[in-house]
Structure formats: C-alpha cells, structure tokens
Design a protein around this ligand. Structure first.
Ligand SMILES: [Fe+2]
Length: 365
C-alpha cells in the first residue's frame, strides 16, 4: 500500500517517512497542497498524513479535496490541537488528529491501526464483489435452466401431440378400412362419432371420457375385420348360421381393442354396442343401466344413422320417421332417456342443412 505525507519542511518529511516506511507501506512526500493534489490524482493512496496547515490550503480542506480523487483514503492531520476539540464540517472525513507535533511518535501505531482498517475494508469490498458476482452467475444459470426446461417441455408436448395425432390418424384409418369394403356405409363411422359426442354432451357425459367415446364410436364395428366378406357383403338376407357368425363382431372387436393400449378405454363400448335396453341384445344380454353408457349412446346413434341414410336394401327414413322409430324402440332397444335427449336437442341436425332442418321442424318432427 502507499501513503502520502504532506509537510512544508524537508526535515519533518524525512522524519515522518522514516517513521512510516515499512514492508507494507511505501511513502511518497509532498511539500505543498498543490503538489499533494497532483500526486493524489494519479496514485492509489490508502493513507494521507498532512500537517495542520500545509502551504496554500487548510489541512482539512486538503483532506476533502484529496478524497474527491480517493474517497476511501484514511487521513491523519497533525498539529492544530484546537481542531480535534472543535471539529469543523470536514473534520468527519479525518480518521485521526494528532494534537501536538511532539506526539508524532504515536504516528506509527495510528498508521498501523489505519492500515488494518484499510485492509479490512478492502477485504470486505472484495467479498461483496465476489458474492455479487456469484449471485449474478447463479441468477444467469437459473435463467438458463428455466429456458432449457421450458424449451424441453415444449418439445415434449409437441412430440406428444404429434404422436397423439398419428395414433388418431391410424385408428380412424382403420375404421375407414372397414367402411371401404362397403360403399354404402361410407362416412357412417364419422357420423356415428359426431352424433355420439353431441348426445354425450347433452347427456352430461364426463369431459375426460369424450376422447375414448369418440374412438369407441368410430371403431365400434372394428370386429367386422374378422367377419367373412361373403357374410359381411351379402346382398340378401342372412341365414341363421351367417347371423351367428355376424353377431361375433362385437367380441372380435373387443379382443382387438384389448391388445392395443390406446384402445383399452373403448373395449366395453365395442363389446356392448349391440346390447338392448330390455336385455335381449348380444353378446352379454346386459339390461338397462348394466349396459355401459358409452355403449347405450353408440347403439342409438349407430341405429339412427342406418335409418337416416340410404342402404342397398332400403331407402333412408325421413326425420319424423326416424324419430318415430327411435321412440317406438325407447325402453326396448334404446335407453329411453337418451332417445328423448337425442330428439329434444336436435342431435340429428348435425348433418342437415339449415333448409332441411326448418323442413323437419315445420313437419312436426
Ligand atoms: Fe355393430
């Protein structure tokens, strides 16, 4: 560290330099305030020792001026006993006053004390600087981590969405593959799915089950993959044996769905979509609310779409005829509550133009 000693007399400067110089402290000297200020502007002094009245300036004024360059400098002012007792404004900036010239010998001790203080302050500043640096580093790291996590999350969500979309395409493609065998059923699965979702909505079906219901409706006849074409596509009435074979499709579909993870939630609907409310359906002969709600919904919408579209063996029924047929089968084939919800909420308007809908309404359907 460096000290600056200011005194007009060369002998006093020599004496002070001798007292103060040590391994730790290099001493510079100045004989006037002007010289002291010149030196201070270019050097990093830890300590300033000045006599009470160097030429040109009051000692305390000099301290004030030097501290503009070196705000941390520890200043010791010698002589001027009265100053120590009646400090002026600038006196607060002075570390220690030495009252009488003959007390100079105390200077070594005072300066040692001052140097300890300077070291302590410097250490403290260094610590604060390091801590601040560490904190900034930590904050930067945290921010980076946050960005990385957000980015990864987005990627995972995107990948999941893509996978889901791909699964959906594959499943719906499967349903369409079954439909493709028979031109007359084209679009049937998509319509059954749409009617089912709408009927489920008005029936208060749980939101988290909607996706499974959509798949169930789309794929309810997936078991037809296992039905012989000679039976599936037979243009005439089926024999008893052929009917028995045909009636296996819900169980075949159920078995297919049980082997595909994503189709597990659709198993019960696929198996039971030919059950009847009165218990005379197949394959399990379930009755009323024993039949899963999803299967009751699909039983109704599947039958409705068959009535409402042209088939090779019959023309489409008009909307009022469809409603009449549904009501006739309420409590027999279909859940009567669902039949009413279907008709009251105009679920069947989904695939009708506005004109067709107004015709339906005016004809009393
Ligand atoms: Fe079926």
């Amino acid at each position: 560290m460096r000290a600056l000693v200011v005194h007009p007399q060369p002998e006093a400067l020599g004496e002070l330099t001798e007292i103060l110089s040590s391994r730790e402290l290099v001493v510079d000297t100045a004989r006037s305030a002007t010289e002291a200020l010149n030196r201070s502007s270019g050097a990093d002094y830890a300590v300033l020792v000045t006599n009470h009245q160097p030429p040109e300036l009051d000692g305390i004024d000099l301290v004030e001026r030097v501290r503009r360059y070196l705000p941390e400098v520890l200043a010791v002012v010698m002589g001027g006993a009265s100053l120590a007792d009646t400090p002026t404004n600038g006196a607060g900036q002075v570390f220690r006053f030495i009252a009488r010239p003959e007390d100079r010998r105390q200077l070594a001790g005072i300066i040692n004390e001052a140097l300890k203080l300077v070291r302590l302050e410097r250490e403290q500043r260094e610590l604060v600087r390091r801590l601040r640096g560490d904190q900034e580093k930590l904050m930067r790291r945290e921010k980076l981590l946050d960005t990385v996590v957000r980015e990864r999350t987005r990627e995972v969500v995107e990948a999941y969405d893509k996978l889901k979309a791909a699964n959906r395409q594959a499943l719906l493609g499967l349903a369409e593959a079954i439909e493709a065998k028979d031109a007359y059923t084209k679009g049937h699965c998509a319509r059954v799915a749409a009617y089912s979702l709408e009927l489920a909505r008005v029936a208060g079906y749980p939101a988290e089950g909607m996706e499974a219901l959509e798949f169930s409706a789309f794929l309810h006849d997936i078991g037809k993959i296992g039905i012989r074409d000679s039976v599936l596509l037979k243009p005439a009435a089926l024999t008893d044996d052929e009917w028995l074979h045909m009636k296996r499709h819900p169980v075949i579909g159920y078995e297919i769905a049980s082997k595909i993870e994503i189709l597990r939630p659709t198993m019960s609907c696929i198996r039971n979509h030919h059950e009847r409310w009165d218990g005379t359906g197949y394959p399990d002969g379930l009755k009323g609310e024993e039949i899963p709600l999803s299967a009751r919904i699909v039983a109704l919408t599947d039958a409705f779409d068959a009535m409402a579209t042209d088939r090779p063996y019959k023309k489409a029924l008009s909307p009022p005829e469809c409603h009449e047929a549904l009501r006739r089968q309420a409590g027999k084939m279909f859940d009567p509550g669902l039949v009413e919800l279907f008709i009251e909420n105009h679920v069947d308007d989904l695939f009708r133009t506005e004109e067709e809908q107004s015709n339906t309404t005016s004809s009393g359907g």
